[in-house]
Ligand binder design. Sequence first.
Ligand SMILES: NC(=O)c1ccc[n+]([C@@H]2O[C@H](COP(=O)([O-])OP(=O)(O)OC[C@H]3O[C@@H](n4cnc5c(N)ncnc54)[C@H](O)[C@@H]3O)[C@@H](O)[C@H]2O)c1
Ligand SMILES: O=CCCC(=O)O
Length: 532
Amino acid sequence: MDRLLRPVSRQLLRCRTRYPFSIPPPPAFKRLYTMGHSKPELKDPSLFIEKAYINGEWVGAKSGETFEVHDPATGNLVGTCPELDTADVEKAIKAASEAFPKFRTTLARERARMLRRWYQLVVDNAEDLAKLITWENGKPLADSKGEIAYAASFFEWFSEEAPRVYGDTIPATVPGNRVMTLKQPVGVCGLITPWNFPAAMITRKIGPALAAGCTVVAKSPAETPFTANALAELAHRAGIPKGVVNIITSGKNTPAVGELLTTHPDVRKVSFTGSTNVGRLLMKQASSTLKKVSWELGGNAPFIVFDDVDDLDAAVTGAVASKFRSSGQTCVCANRIYVQSGVYEEFAKRFTAKVKDFKLGGGFEEGITHGPVIHNRATAKVDEHVQDAVSKGATVTIGGKQAVALGPNFYEPTVLTGMTKEMLIASEETFGPVAGLFRFDTEQEVVDLANKAEVGLAGYFFSGNVRRIFRVAEALEVGMVGVNTGMISDVASPFGGVKQSGFGREGSKYGIDEFMVIKSVTFGGMGEPLQA
Ligand SMILES: NC(=O)c1ccc[n+]([C@@H]2O[C@H](COP(=O)([O-])OP(=O)(O)OC[C@H]3O[C@@H](n4cnc5c(N)ncnc54)[C@H](O)[C@@H]3O)[C@@H](O)[C@H]2O)c1
Ligand SMILES: O=CCCC(=O)O
């Protein structure tokens, strides 16, 4: 086994040992867990597709094998998808390679129109797409609708960026020479995305890739392949040429398929969003052919509240929103909440009161504010972090255990006070609904604590002091800072991390650069005087 993968495997093993059930659930959970909805009604049922999309066609695996996808809220089967192997994925890479020469020469304006049509279809089918997200990911329907609007915004944004890719003219230092640059599409791109935002993570990559003139082979997450498939169907309806967008599906074959995507000589760029451990492995693989790479990896965001905060309620609201978005399964979620001593007690009281208002349950149920986590390994990790903190002296002010009556993937939204830096949450991304509140005294102390993490994706702080705002924003070792807000996600804003959270930026005016290469063209003998 690869040395880099060992810690992850050990952790999963530990979780599996403590929670030996994997879907289907153990008898204690069985009755309630399998209750509830089975299949949401779609206005357009043809958007639910149990195939992979290669070269403009819906296909199965050559082996005929499939893998199962389960609803995290009920444990019920959602459907099956083809277990593609490397031979199947070779076909997708070939399709993308063959489509590239023509697609790269389409007018940028034409690619913009394609993206715009795709955008409109996503908007028109938002309700069905949101239902698919809730079904396979578990998040409340309102959140899924929000995700679809966010996902669509990447098609709209990059349809607008496509025609505005400019090169430079550069004054040369060699007499008689003239230099200009062209920005060109990098080529076939391999894209790998996670389950926590089944639509937005994939559109944030495909949007700029197509705008740049690249063709793509996107591996959807095994937990949530159906949203990606519905998006591919809409790409088809938008008239995106065959071979330009290929969506591949795999479960147990993922490591082999991932290895092919990251080592195949025809794939020129890999863009990966996922955990830091898998990112390390893929980086090693991609180095074999020196691909251009962008890595959007895990976070462990500090959220700091200073005594000089203008509005403590706004800080509480911001922290709750940041921490509990998608039940804590967001890469930019607050993971360590540092509160200065002067406001600590009051902040903890108000924060706990807000969490008390949450309604936990299946994402399709009316009034539900928070859904399940993705699978029982996630529940196990959350519980491990809570038990670790409690064993080292933390106090549970609300929650603190699995919501047994709802099923194995539900964990009560939890608030812990009295957190210290020895606890796991201080150094590891929980990726679940647990908020740990740490007390601190000075600005220097909290910035040091915040920067101790080996990752650096997002960081947040609340303060009313303008000098401190600049000092702290500049000192935090992260790729994105939220000042007096807990919500930083916006298509217009560059998204990405530093340190072991990766590199590259998505969204914004920079996102398209990740899919382009700069070519310089030097013209010699250009210094002739004007002819008389
Ligand atoms: N920085 C960001 O923008 C961002 C966004 C979302 C999630 N994340 C991070 O993703 C993690 C949660 O997602 P996850 O659990 O799905 O992560 P993961 O790394 O396990 O999986 C991400 C994707 O990689 C695939 N994958 C797993 N092993 C692979 C392999 N050996 N070869 C090729 N592909 C492989 C998965 O099937 C999935 O499609 C968290 O750490 C979170 O912070 C980061
Ligand atoms: O989980 C990470 C991505 C979420 C976002 O873009 O806000």
